[in-house]
Design a protein around this ligand. Structure first.
Ligand code: ZN
Length: 227
């Protein structure tokens, strides 16, 4: 089955959310708003039916759990590759597994025919089921009935796709934002953090001092030539 990517972005966004009790409802709707479809998919249903997602204390507890997992990954990345162990994430793996067993993670199935050409083509990693001369693909889409189930779906999908381990923490101290992206040694949440990091680094400071000294000497030489 094709693994859908993109779930990790939702996890990172949730971990970075500055939850404010007084405006949580609008934050929740904004969070659930699909960037693609520009409306809060399922947000109304969840808000009405899932009492836990209206409970800011429970949401914060869930958020801390996600933050802890992402932090663990970020820390383990500082180790050399050969020292990294999946067992470091034992609690995370166990958590996703037991959540799924106790509460269930659900999927709905879509039979995709070649005449649904765009969708059919976009499921390029999916096995083609053939019978006679005809072909179909079976699309598997996660679905959820509570906000917690949604977050665990994100965790499970991001684990399955491997994206979860491409998360990190912004390299600038005091920022603390989680990010997802290409695997560089130093990652930043935005250009401001990159700039701030590069311009406060000790090495850079020293370079500036050296350059200033060089300029000063050049200036002195020039004055000496005039006199
Ligand atoms: Zn940052």
């Amino acid at each position: 089955m094709r693994v859908l990517t993109g779930w990790v972005n939702r996890l990172v966004a949730f971990a970075n959310l500055k939850i404010d009790r007084t405006i949580w409802k609008s934050q929740f709707y904004e969070f659930m708003r699909s960037p693609k479809f520009k409306h809060s998919w399922r947000a109304d249903d969840l808000w009405m039916e899932d009492a836990d997602c209206r409970d800011v204390l429970k949401i914060r507890r869930l958020q801390r759990r996600v933050q802890k997992y992402l932090e663990l990954i970020s820390q383990d990345k500082c180790k050399p590759k050969e020292q990294r162990r999946l067992s470091t994430f034992g609690e995370l793996l166990e958590d996703v597994q037991s959540y799924s067993m106790e509460n269930g993670l659900a999927h709905f199935i879509l039979v995709i025919k070649p005449e649904d050409s765009d969708l059919y083509k976009s499921f390029y990693q999916t096995r083609v089921t053939k019978w006679g001369g005809e072909k179909i693909k079976i699309g598997k889409f996660p679905t959820y009935n509570s906000f917690e189930q949604y977050i665990y779906t994100c965790l499970a999908e991001a684990l399955e796709s491997g994206d979860l381990f491409n998360t990190a923490r912004c390299a600038r101290k005091n920022c603390g934002k989680f990010i997802f992206g290409e695997r560089k040694s130093k990652q930043f949440c935005d250009n401001n953090c990159r700039w701030a990091y590069n311009n406060t680094r000790e090495a850079r400071k020293r370079m500036r001092r050296v350059n200033a000294e060089r300029r000063r000497k050049k200036g002195l030489e020039r004055i000496a030539n005039f006199s």
